[in-house]
Ligand binder design. Sequence first.
Ligand code: BGC
Length: 653
Amino acid sequence: MKNKNVIYLLSLALTGASLLAHGKTGTPLYKDPDQPIEKRIDDLVSRMTIEEKVMQLNQLTLGRNDNANNMADPVNDIPAEIGSLIYFSSNPDLRNRIQKKSMEQSRLGIPVLFGYDVIHGYRTIFPIPLAQACSWNPDLVKRACAVAAQESRMSGVDWTFSPMIDVARDGRWGRIAEGYGEDPYTNAIFGVAAVKGYQGENLAGSKNIAACLKHFAGYGASEGGRDYTYTEISRQTLWDTYLLPYEAGVKAGAATLMSSFNDISGTPATANRYLLTGILKKRWKHDGFVVSDWGAIQQLRAQGVAADRKEAACKAFTAGVEMDMMNQCYDRHLAELVQEGQVPESLLDDAVKRVLRVKFRLGLFDNPYTPASTEKERFLLPESLAIAEQLAEESAVLLKNESGILPLTGLSKIAVIGPMAKSNWHLLGSWRAQGKAEDAVTLFDGLEHEFKNQAQLTYARGCDFDGEDKSGFVEAVSLADEADALLVCLGEKAQWSGENASRSTLSLPRIQEELVMELKKTGKPVILLLSSGRPLELARLEKVSNAMLQVWQPGIAGGKPIAGILSGRINPSGKLAVTFPYATGANPHLLQRAAECASRTREVPGYYQCAVVRVCVRAQLHHVRVRRPPAFGYPGKMRRQAHYRDSGYEYGR
Ligand code: BGC
């Protein structure tokens, strides 16, 4: 207590000195927009008490939390000094009320930083990131992220917890949906595109937000695809596989990073000084800050490196985690740790400066409030929807097209069958931010629109996504008997991927496979539309289908372009960014080298385009010109062959 008083008096004295130093007006230097940011930060930190500094390093939540894993303790009384809030509302007004409290009721008037999980769009929901990578079009992904940034910033969000650039090779892991696939280079390229899209040229722009590279690092190495588990990563694999995208993202200017949940070969990432300080701050010179993942600091107790919250706070903070996301470790113990000398005050100052730097760069001190706007002015703008449509179009991957069955022309009756056909909710995938199912164009809607003057469409659900109820098979088969071709829309529910949503198999539930087997007996051509948040095991379905189009979880605008691919209006151009193994048991499965990859391509049957894709990845990496396989019989022009080289997103090694 005694110590606290001395420190408080000292800080008051310093404040006075600094006030005197900044001219006659009496306006503190840190409030002067004409001063350089670093001077403003130094001035502000010199005025702060230890308690005020500590408060800047804490993040709480505000509004509704719709992630079932993170049921928030309701925060009724948010302190005016809080550093950051996860903002679940899309109402700028609520943000402004909280911000006003901080600006006017806290001693120094430091604005709050509002963060949120804007993973593949805010209200305009784009295809999941794994699908986005299949577009091989980083420039388009950058534009999608810019749309997400505009919708977020105009709604009161300054900071997204995205992009996720965890290299992921086991499709059973639910979070594979959130990243850019199995290849470090691909993750680097798309991670950079996302950072540039979110942050724009200048973080202070009224439509830009700060990015957060996550989860630093190695989270995707979870064994058996299970979430939150221990990871065994050698130094070589860490550098070759997991760090490459992060280095690219840091060089691209990402404002923040998030520490991951996993334990890396005995040292949890959230207490990993080598990673967070040695590599990130010292070697890569990152000058923004690291936020812990939700509860990752207190989890250090379960990971066996901290006896209690206080020790967890000490370990995470001294390792290099500046902000505590929902742990209640820093707010309870950091001041005490500094006073006891376990944490040097210089380290506290450095951490606070990093957080303030991001706030200053975002322009929050000078423009703390979100201007009023209507939802119509913010969301689902025609140009935003056009990008969403194009990205869905470019992410769809034609896995098989036997005897040029696609595109569908000259047919009079097409039966559309399957649980995915009329679903809008599941097309959005996991982490749909403020996305709404009713905004989405279903596959059936898209087909109806596309084929309205060409063919009659009939519809039967056939079965549910899972379960054992086959009572819908009869109707589906009788519709199939009447049709010229069958479009069978199968896939995964949205909640089968994402955080804590791993699966033990990559195949679709048996009921869906059995539906296809029944339909096959009609002798009609079977075209599968597959929507999923992960690669699928398709060995059985491949044998009984004539064509397969992987549409992923294409977001709100996928229905129309997917139908356009089926009609031949659009030439499919997506290529897999992740391997589809023959069997779940062969997982994780990836081809290691270009040469090995090329030889396997010759061995595998045509539809395993994953092999073709691996050649593309490596060939791009080695700057070999790649041509898209011409085998699909599409009339459209060949295009988008070497985006990486053409788009300026080269990430040299
Ligand atoms: C997830 C993060 C996410 C955070 C905030 C955590 O459970 O792992 O990816 O950003 O919650 O919602």
